[in-house]
Design a protein around this ligand. Structure first.
Ligand SMILES: *[C@@H]1O[C@H](CO)[C@@H](O)[C@H](O)[C@H]1NC(C)=O
Ligand SMILES: *[C@@H]1O[C@H](CO)[C@@H](O)[C@H](O)[C@H]1NC(C)=O
Length: 174
């Protein structure tokens, strides 16, 4: 059986498809967002105080995703809804001031992010992120990807690996 070239190439193709689908799953399973995109995590301009909530509502977050915050001389906190409304930073659920913080969204529901600097928070450096459960059928994975979907997240090393695999198969078949 294994001596038949046709059987052999079928096996390689099946193997390739299996690898491809598992790669796809692993690249689609989580995504890292950048808070505020190129602006980073800063005090919004006075005419743009809803910057972060606008940004958050344009994106679809799901369990397993993360948000990177880039900032200088500032901090990022996760607080309760009540503390979010008052910009109260006295008892954060999470706090970081490293300048480059990756926050993992590990459960569904609402997350309340604020700057730890009260005045910054009041000027709009805060946002509510709503995270959907990954089983949500309307979440990405099945249908058309939303604008933020990681369509290009197949990293260079994986691509090289892929090209190698494809050329091996081509060499085997032809
Ligand atoms: C806010 O003001 C800045 C500078 O005055 C301007 O460049 C920007 O276009 C304004 N943005 C909005 C949304 O009005
Ligand atoms: C923040 O919350 C704490 C505890 O609930 C409270 O003692 C404090 O007065 C609050 N600060 C502000 C500015 O609301």
């Amino acid at each position: 059986m294994a001596s038949s070239p046709l059987m052999g190439s079928t096996t390689v193709l099946v193997l390739l498809l299996t690898i491809f689908s598992s790669l796809q799953r692993s690249t689609v399973s989580s995504f890292e967002f950048q808070a505020g995109e190129v602006k980073g995590w800063v005090v919004p301009h006075a005419n743009d105080s809803k910057l972060y909530n606008d940004w958050a509502s344009e994106n679809r977050f799901k369990v397993g995703d993360s948000i990177r915050f880039r900032y200088k001389k500032d901090s990022v906190m996760v607080v309760s809804e009540a503390d979010y409304k008052k910009c109260n930073s006295t008892h954060p659920i999470f706090f970081s001031n490293t300048g480059n913080t990756v926050y993992h969204l590990d459960h569904s529901g609402s997350y309340y992010f604020i700057s730890g600097v009260a005045e910054h928070c009041q000027r709009g450096q805060r946002m509510i992120v709503k995270v959907m459960a990954s089983e949500d059928p309307s979440s990405r994975g099945g249908g058309t990807p939303p604008s933020s979907a990681p369509t290009l997240s197949l990293g260079p090393s994986k691509l090289v690996f892929f090209q190698f695999l494809l050329s091996s198969v081509a060499a085997y078949l032809f």
